[in-house]
Ligand binder design. Sequence first.
Ligand SMILES: [Fe+2]
Ligand SMILES: [Fe+2]
Length: 237
Amino acid sequence: MTINPGDQVETARELMQAPEEFRTAVEKIVISHAVNELYGAQVFDEPAIALAPTPYSKWLTCRVAMEEYGHHVRFKELGEEIGIAPERMAASDDKKPLSIFEFPLQTWEEFCVIKLLADLAEILQVEDLAQCTFLPLRNLSRMTMPEERFHAQFGKDFCTELCQTEEGRTAVQDAINRYYPILPKFFGRPKSKNNEIYRKWGIKQRTNEDMLADYVNRAQEVVAELGLTLPDISEAA
Ligand SMILES: [Fe+2]
Ligand SMILES: [Fe+2]
């Protein structure tokens, strides 16, 4: 059987028959998710349980941390099914986590902003993968989607609550000003060769530029609903 660009691949087994370019592209995406879901859970979500100010917020933060670890576990399982060695699915010297995790998390306000803005970025990626031609990856994306939506909503709800006091509002805006500028990189470079291959095979649907433009609009919208603003990063981006 021949697998051509745009064809659907239904199982991990079938993927083994696919051209190398397709297999490598799927592997890259699965590895990236496995690495970054784990790293994010370790540096942001789990430490945030200690930063959460009330039993209620700790409870919900535990749920977020549990789900992010769960995303790692599921992507890693899929990776193993398609023959990726387990050690390639954890951060290492040649597989660095994304730069959005370099932010040194110190406060509850920062964590709420991270969930508001970074999980929105993740939602865009998952929405795109939910149309993927490799069906096990499509199904996994569809499964994680409600949880990523919950994380972004968690960020929005707690930011809304924080913004009720002048002090909280200032802290949230300050965290946005410091965190937002590192987000555009999450979408990859313009005219990316990898992205071209992903689109050729129908693994991803949109260009990096298109995703970023959509993200900026959606981030602007949600931040405006809080009565806050995004910093101008036109120079940096
Ligand atoms: Fe996640
Ligand atoms: Fe998330």
